[in-house]
Design a protein around this ligand. Sequence first.
Ligand SMILES: *Cc1c(COP(=O)(O)O)cnc(C)c1O
Length: 333
Amino acid sequence: MNLAKFPRRGYVKEPTPIEYLPNFSAALGSKVNVYIKRDDLLPGCGGGNKTRKLDFSIADALKQGADTVITCGAVQSNHCRLTLAWAVHEGLDCHLVLEERVKNSYNPEASGNNFLYQLMGVKSITVVPGGSPMLEEMEKVAAKLRAEGKKPYIIPGGASNPVGALGYVACAQETAQQLFDMGLSIDHVIVPSGSAGTHAGMIAGFVGNNIDIPMSGIDVSRPHDVQENLVYNLAQNTLNHIGVNVTLPREKVVCYDAYYQPGYSLPNPGMIEAVKLLAQTEAILLDPVYSGKAMAGMIDLIRKDHFPQGANVLFLHTGGSPALYAYLSTFRG
Ligand SMILES: *Cc1c(COP(=O)(O)O)cnc(C)c1O
């Protein structure tokens, strides 16, 4: 698919590595060969998946003459950290609206991403209760800034709209070319599924290019039927935005929802095991909210013989390790 017609800033200079995980695969009984796509190593302060999306979102903001970006997320949002980071890089102001999805979870003294918001000089943080209409809350901030003569551009949560999702369409194309160059045939791809731009972009990229590798999303916040609809609609809208005349087959979108309980961002034993196992076998850091829970899902599927013996399974590591430092007691316990 032709993505060159869309403006982007060029934040992603080269493909992120695809690595084999021999020790981790052995620790899971050598049932499958686990590979990892290192989007945790993407450029941008602290790394992670939002850089691919912001490459397109911020280009769109600049094209529209913005001097300020506003975005939203949870209190330890990687997306907010990376939006701020790229705004700093571009000389744009950045304002954040943080949703307290877990009551009283915002602590201005907290470590992790929250510390980095301050360090990188966020212009303002507005904290709103869980369930608030985030677009409206961001509009309020935008109206105030416009009255001060600013030109704000709103990036939705996770940059998960058809503009941001282009970043993961590009990742799907990059991955396919890289697997060809490596001579590596992958049987299944696992991705974290949150605000859905990553999962939807990957699906749109595979389907739009006739790449028939099955993909599963591991939910971090929603039941699978709700999440599948979210991913499906965004993937279809992204294909439409690119101008590809394809109706996405519904069965391409598969999500598993057994791994995020007791709720978004709240630790569970599977996540803790996954973060520790990957750190102790491969020295690769996951995060407590997204990649840790997604990896816990993949570990469980491997143990349950969901994949045939000897299959090559690729895990998309979306990053997030700065959030670990806001969860020290979870891992020390
Ligand atoms: C945002 C995020 C995700 C989820 O990606 P979506 O595109 O929102 O579904 C996964 N991992 C990390 C580390 C993230 O910050």
